[in-house]
Design a protein around this ligand. Structure first.
Ligand code: GLU
Length: 483
């Protein structure tokens, strides 16, 4: 298909997937889905010094967790592969050579020592630091002679000495940069590897990328890329640079103010649905008040027109809130599937799945994280062995033990032990004792769960079952009778 949209996520495998990376991946994915295009994963591993073992696998695993599926990529194949830059070195070298042949690039033999010296002088003179283009004027013959004699070199692109370059960015509008601001960028390093700038242009072109959607930090590289497109005689893709991610104090999002690795959020128990929903809103919005979105809706509604220019604040409270909302939206079965692996074996082993599902349903509203269930649910699986001291002090009166014993007797003799029967038995009991129902409700909750807060008492009583309710009421009545 000639006009098919093709976008890519092109991370460097330098460790974990950053939340900013997740946003870039997500926006590309949503854009592709929205337009029926293709989304490609390309691994940019040409900086050998920054390579981290296992980073690619980790990245792929994290994208899969988030539900961001790519159509072409290292482990999926595709007609534009290979999708790992270190496997495409010949392509970059051939293209760099083409630029040298056409006079758009040149070999540079300057040693690190010389480059440092130039830099020091520029710093001392309070000039901006850049390569002084020492080798730009070498003749082709001389360069070839030095290469043949084994001298090490890099290949640099020629930036025009005067003038300026303008380009359009879908998000930022029209941008103009003077060539004076741009260095004669290295394209091929002395180890034979390309730099990011060459590799990204060659690959975006050869992979048929139609739109480049990425973080704002790459905006300043665009002029070099556009020049390269011109030198090669290629059409540049449409560009969209996403706004910066900010800490709540509006500084650039940093590790110091919170986690930036997606896997940290995953480990903490954030649902992928909440994470995706949250990340989608870091720069985009649907144009109305709606806040809860699933992946499908996002891909239906996503458009670059609704991505803003100004920095997007990473607000953890918003993420926490979304996490709660998405937990509530899960079916009991789905939530149970997330919770079960977190529980110690045996913790719920003596109960059947139906019971477990009901406990999940009852506590769902109260969970911030799936993990909270473990701490909150203990008494559904075992009689409580500790009781909230302050609660006992507050709610246990001299008469309480006697009242709970009466209540236990009433429950025991109920022919049908249902929510409504339990509730009317308790209210009737309170009437007879001439006390407010809360005089029974609070101590009963304590007796049953050891706590002062929890789900609705009558639902809890029903779910725990008659036998254990009666046992616990009598047990607590006995335990605290002298209080
Ligand atoms: N490899 C770059 C990165 O790590 C990709 C930049 C781009 O998308 O062009 O973010």
């Amino acid at each position: 298909m000639e006009n098919q949209i093709r976008v890519r996520f092109a991370p460097s495998p330098t460790g974990y997937l950053h939340v900013g990376g997740l946003r870039t991946a997500l926006y590309n994915y949503l854009f592709a889905k929205h337009h029926g295009g293709k989304f490609i994963l390309r691994i940019e591993d040409t900086d050998q010094s920054r390579k981290v073992e296992g980073a690619v696998e980790n990245l792929i695993e994290t994208l899969k967790w988030a539900g961001i599926e790519y159509d072409e990529g290292p482990d999926r194949g595709g007609s534009a592969g290979p999708y790992i830059q270190s496997q495409r070195l010949d392509l970059y070298r051939a293209h760099a050579q083409e630029l040298v042949n056409q006079g758009h690039a040149y070999h540079c033999f300057c040693t690190t020592a010389r480059l440092q010296e130039v830099r020091q002088k520029q710093l001392a003179a309070k000039l901006s630091t850049s390569y002084d283009r020492h080798c730009r004027s070498l003749s082709r013959e001389e360069a070839e002679r030095r290469i043949a004699s084994g001298e090490k070199s890099v290949i640099r692109m020629k930036i025009p000495l005067d003038g300026e370059l303008s380009f359009e960015d879908v998000i930022r509008g029209s941008v103009t940069i003077s060539y004076k601001m741009i260095d004669d960028q290295v394209l091929i390093k002395s180890d034979g590897y390309p730099t990011y700038h060459l590799a990204v242009v060659v690959d975006d072109h050869l992979m048929g990328i139609t739109h480049v959607i990425r973080g704002e930090e790459w905006l300043s590289s665009v002029p070099k890329h556009i020049l390269l497109y011109r030198y090669f005689g290629w059409e540049a893709p449409v560009l969209a640079h996403l706004p910066l991610l900010l800490n709540p104090d509006k500084s650039k999002l940093s590790k110091r103010q919170g986690d930036v690795a997606v896997e940290d959020y995953r480990t903490k128990g954030y649902l992928k649905e909440a994470m995706v929903n949250f990340i989608a809103f870091l720069g985009w919005n649907p144009g109305d008040e709606r806040e809860i979105f699933f992946m499908d809706q996002l891909s239906q509604e996503f458009s670059l027109d609704r991505v803003g220019k100004s920095g997007a604040v990473f607000n953890i409270e918003k993420l926490n809130w979304l996490n709660q909302q998405h937990i509530k939206l899960k079916s009991n079965e789905e939530l149970a599937r997330l919770i079960k692996p977190l529980m110690l074996s045996g913790q719920s082993a003596d109960r059947d799945d139906q019971y477990f599902l009901k406990v999940v349903g009852l506590l769902k509203e109260r969970l911030n994280f799936p993990n909270d269930f473990i701490e909150m649910s203990g008494y559904f699986f075992q009689d409580p062995d500790s009781f909230d001291d302050a609660g006992v002090k507050k709610y246990w009166e001299p008469e309480t033990s006697g009242r709970l014993k009466l209540l236990a007797d009433r429950f025991e003799s109920l022919p049908e032990y249902s929510h409504s029967a339990i509730e009317s038995a308790l209210r009737q009991c309170a009437d007879e004792l001439q006390i407010k129902p809360t005089k029974l409700i609070h101590p009963a909750r304590l007796a049953l769960s050891g706590r002062t807060i929890g789900p609705g008492l009558f639902e809890m009583l029903e779910l725990l079952g008659k036998e254990s309710v009666v046992r616990r009421l009598r047990g607590a009545a006995e335990k605290f009778k002298g209080v």
